[in-house]
Design a protein around this ligand. Structure first.
Ligand code: 8YV
Length: 312
């Protein structure tokens, strides 16, 4: 008999087909009465898949008393109740590393775009404004100072990308990393004051909530740019909107927001901000690699009792 698997959130088509070959899959994403379904059938599931943005909370885990493994599509763990999983001995797999390159590429795309005004200049051409005069000058990227918040897997790749732009790198995090040569800055405000570009690559969750405060934005100052490819919760979004609207920072490139998919409408009219709908890992290649890892984590678990990439 195939193990029973609860599919929380859609996955790429190929992965859904592959899962159906090996598991008795229930498409929980299509459930009209999710709580009622779980109350009646929750005890039947030994495995589940989810997505970084969907996660699984304590209430849901309580309704899955026989769950042995969770396999999540994504690297972010902020929506997953890891404490309960750990306490109950539930294995948790996720998809780190395979998305580092695309997320770092997106960080640089946002950085280049907001500094050189790529999207805004494109709009200028489309509006037919070029014949009326040249586009205003923008801000140089090469040789500037890059502050990275969170020198983890993705932060390191962002730092590596910056060598092509001859940038100087410093970083802030919980602690200095022994295996990197960049300067550690123990104060985020001091890093923001130093940096021309401040890139957020830290995990989400309660420990980093509103880490980038009004004070940090003030330290970044009217010539500084903020780039966020991590989680919207890391930034005090109301303070950011205010800083952008009143040009207390030069600009921002944002792939993530506090209340996705809702983006503060006050940002829509501003040319000093580039807005993306959380697409940093969203390439065919990277999403395929993530999806494969979702499957491999389950396969590994049912073969060995442990997932290939454990989040615990
Ligand atoms: C997306 C991400 O959320 O991996 C993460 O943590 O934020 C992204 O890759 C992806 O769509 C998974 O839901």
């Amino acid at each position: 008999m195939k193990p029973r698997l609860l599919q929380h959130g859609r996955l790429p088509e190929h992965t859904e087909a592959r899962l159906a070959e090996h598991f008795d899959v229930h498409p929980f994403w299509a459930e009209t009465d999710p709580a009622g379904y779980l109350a009646a059938h929750g005890a039947g599931f030994v495995a589940m898949t989810t997505r970084a943005a969907t996660g699984v909370d304590g209430t849901m885990l309580a309704a899955l008393p026989n769950l042995r493994v969770i396999s999540s599509f994504g690297v972010g763990l902020d929506k997953l109740d890891l404490e309960t999983a750990r306490a109950r001995g539930i294995a948790v797999g996720y998809t780190p590393d395979v998305l580092n390159d695309c997320v770092a590429d997106t960080a640089f795309a946002l950085l280049m775009d907001v500094a050189r005004q790529i999207s805004a200049a494109d709009r200028y051409v489309r509006r037919g404004e070029w014949p009326r005069g040249p586009y205003p000058l923008t801000t140089r990227v090469s040789g500037k100072r890059l502050g990275i918040v969170g020198m983890g897997r993705i932060g390191r790749v962002i730092a590596r990308r910056s060598t092509g732009f001859d940038m100087e790198v410093r970083y802030f995090g919980r602690k200095p990393q022994q295996d990197v040569a960049y300067g550690f800055e123990p104060s985020l405000e001091a890093l923001a004051r130093w940096a021309d570009f401040l890139v957020i690559a830290a995990s989400g969750g309660p420990e980093t909530r509103h880490l980038v405060s009004a004070g940090v934005l003030e330290a970044l100052g009217p010539e500084g740019y903020l780039i966020n490819i991590a989680r919207g919760t890391v930034v005090d979004e109301a303070a950011l909107v205010d800083a952008l609207a009143h040009k207390r920072i030069a600009g921002a490139g944002l792939d993530v927001f506090e209340h996705e998919p809702h983006v503060p409408e006050a940002l829509f009219a501003l040319d000093n901000v580039v807005l993306l709908p959380h697409v940093a890992s969203g390439t065919h290649e990277t999403r395929a690699a993530m999806a494969n890892l979702v499957f491999e984590n389950l396969e590994h678990f049912f073969a060995t009792g442990a997932v290939a990439k454990s989040a615990l």
